[in-house]
Design a protein around this ligand. Sequence first.
Ligand SMILES: Cc1cc2nc3c(=O)[nH]c(=O)nc-3n(C[C@H](O)[C@H](O)[C@H](O)COP(=O)(O)OP(=O)(O)OC[C@H]3O[C@@H](n4cnc5c(N)ncnc54)[C@H](O)[C@@H]3O)c2cc1C
Length: 491
Amino acid sequence: MTRSILWLRRDLRLTDHPALLAAIRDANHLLPVYIHAPEEEQPWQPGAASNWWLHNSLIALDRDLRKLGSGLIIAKGSSRLVLRKLAIKHQCQHLFFTCLPEPASIQRDSRVCRELTKAGVSCHQFHSYQLLGGNSIRRIDGGSYRVFTPFWRALQKQGMLQRSTEPAPKALPPLPNEIDSLEIDSLKLLPSNPWYREFHNHWQPGEAGAFKKLHDFMQQTVNDYHTGRDRPDLSDTSRLSAHLHFGEISPVQIANGLSARIGGTPAYTDNEGASQYLRQLAWREFAIDLLANNPDTDRLPFDSRFADYPWRSDKQAKNLLQKWQRGETGIPIVDAGMRELWQTSWMHNRVRMIVASLLTKNMGIHWLEGARWFWDTLVDADLANNSLGWQWSAGCGADAAPYFRIFNPVRQAERFDPNGNYIKHWLPELSTLPTKSLYAPWIVKTSELFKAGVQLGKTYPKPSVDLQSSRREALKRWESVKRRSNTAGSK
Ligand SMILES: Cc1cc2nc3c(=O)[nH]c(=O)nc-3n(C[C@H](O)[C@H](O)[C@H](O)COP(=O)(O)OP(=O)(O)OC[C@H]3O[C@@H](n4cnc5c(N)ncnc54)[C@H](O)[C@@H]3O)c2cc1C
């Protein structure tokens, strides 16, 4: 009688699941278990929006498992102890799981395997969280990459489509009798602030929701991705980030889907949309690789010259941070983005870059403050991608934009929201302004504002930072850091 445990974490799906397929190969009984252990994810315990997603994703997975004759066992506590107890109580011989790439997970998994091996359980690990898992992209000298373009070339060279997509099993071995499971509700994942009530209008957590998003993207927008992906006023990106984070779809499924859609290998296709999309997926791989090989970069700057950067933390900075979080900076494209984030728990990539640049450069506030806010409010909050995005925007990351390239939010909005539809949607109080006046209302004539019913400081805030002088200040701070590191280097 073979009994196997399938330890589910961020692989909450049934299709293209190598660990699941291996687990059922010879099993008479399968124990699919999710263990809630947020304290094992120090120092970045899942944020509120992530928890909302997880709650709904577990419900969807349990439903899907039941349809195939199984069900999800819910437990909480130390993963090591829960798994050991489960294995002993139900006389399981095998543990199967999908590796997660974060440094804390890697350490935890080796502790779990040591403990279970001692208890006579054999552990089987699988890599499907990434296109090519397990630190397989290496420079010729064996080191890891710090710059995206050579990483991307190496990834293409290794062949991004190395395996076909595995279908979901048609049936699953049953659970053994006398299984103890908690209710999903008892995990208390739903945030106490009911701000999440509207999220269901935007998201369907779970595998079916991921398939729908992928299908819509492939049918409607992939061909326009290269031209539309930077436009927050269009819906030309896939919005698969949270599904990918929770493993409700694998990157291999997406890459193979692209391949099938265009009838060729996306990396070498003439379909510019498909190849640009694959390149973005490769940024995810790059972020994972960077964090795995530089485990401190969720907290410390990749560029060590920023170790002593004079970030502002005075009372005025705290005030600015609060305005930024609330979408009340008085800079329309930034406020639109921050309100999109608050209302939908997601923000368009271009706008993420704009709001991050304003916070870290014009306001001079530490990138970790922004990273923490995103961590709590994004449904796709992901340690590797969030750390990379924030460090890149702050200028201290691997392959970051040169520091002096400070985004001008007005020019960015004119270029990427040319009809002002994004700003008008998220800031209805400005929607009566003519498009050309939407981007920087503080330079618009009072008579025009009056005609549109806009009163700066009353119906919409005045700008909280002066874009020109704060840019100069940021450059001065950077010059002082450079001088200090040059002096230190020459000593
Ligand atoms: C300051 C900042 C913070 C960010 N925080 C996160 C985060 O916590 N979680 C997260 O998933 N992404 C993060 N990103 C990256 C990016 O904004 C999102 O992945 C993207 O907006 C998700 O929308 P989408 O699925 O429609 O993307 P698409 O354009 O459809 O891209 C497809 C997939 O490729 C990956 N991808 C796309 N762009 C990037 C990128 N720049 N870096 C890494 N992977 C990428 C994502 O997995 C995404 O789902 C951040 C970017 C910035 C600038």
